[in-house]
Design a binder for this molecule. Structure first.
Ligand code: AMP
Length: 222
């Protein structure tokens, strides 16, 4: 059974952490467009060069650039049958393009999980976030600390804070989320695909809720 899923939520809602945990537990592939774009920036590819200024400013990267990095991976990469998209789609045009690309392969999304966290909790959550330079694993100084400060538990990589996690940029990213991404909640709930979980609880409780959401009501396909 393949599961094609999306995790939706504001920046800092814990999507990346939850997607990593859930994918590990269910053997699904975690596909984060933010991670794919950050790798492209680091590698200095044309897509990365185009994306960098938008990312640093907390703005959305143009759809065509994101489609390039994501669909190259989804359609030509060796992506397992089951995956969770994290950070995509971010607007209506991306959601519609995803539907079209899947339909062209006789596929469709099975489920969309929204991780809901009130805005007033977001800034504190994001500014404590740390990421591994080596493997990209997410940490939080308070909620998901590494065993040894500043060092990744998995690969001993150095932990860093993303430039776009500065408070001023976070406020812009939240505004972009409400204007462009939040309307997707209605888009997917109207199609009966959406499950909302409370993201403002301890990390393990949120993981349990996301796993619960995925275990109920997942359409069987292929
Ligand atoms: P994230 O890691 O999901 O918070 O994404 C970091 C940044 O990458 C965002 O602020 C955007 O600049 C860019 N980005 C990631 N995913 C997308 C997307 N689906 N569409 C446009 N820009 C994106």
């Amino acid at each position: 059974m393949s599961r094609r899923t999306v995790i939706l939520g504001a920046p800092g809602a814990g999507k990346g952490t939850q997607a990593q945990r859930v994918c590990e537990s269910l053997g699904m592939e975690h596909l984060s467009t933010g991670d794919l774009l950050r790798s492209a920036v680091k590698a200095g590819t044309p897509a990365g060069t185009e994306a960098k200024g938008f990312m640093d400013a907390g703005k959305l990267v143009p759809d065509e650039v994101v489609f390039g990095v994501l669909f190259e991976r989804l359609e030509t990469g060796n992506v397992a049958g089951s995956y969770m998209l994290d950070g995509f789609p971010r607007n209506r045009a991306q959601a519609e393009e995803l539907d079209r690309r899947l339909a062209a392969r006789s596929e469709a999304l099975d489920q969309v999980v929204e991780v809901n966290v009130p805005d007033e909790r977001i800034v504190g959550r994001i500014t404590g976030r740390r990421i591994c330079k080596g493997c990209g694993r997410n940490y939080h100084v308070e909620f998901v600390p590494p065993t040894k400060e500043g060092v990744c538990d998995d690969c001993d990589g150095e932990l860093y804070r993303r430039a776009d996690d500065e408070e001023a940029v976070v406020i812009d990213r939240l505004a972009v989320y409400h204007e462009q991404t939040a309307p997707l909640i209605e888009y997917y709930s109207g199609r009966g695909l959406l499950v909302t979980v409370d993201g403002d609880q301890p990390v393990d409780a949120v993981t349990g809720a996301v796993l619960g959401a995925l275990s109920g009501n997942v359409a069987e396909s292929n």
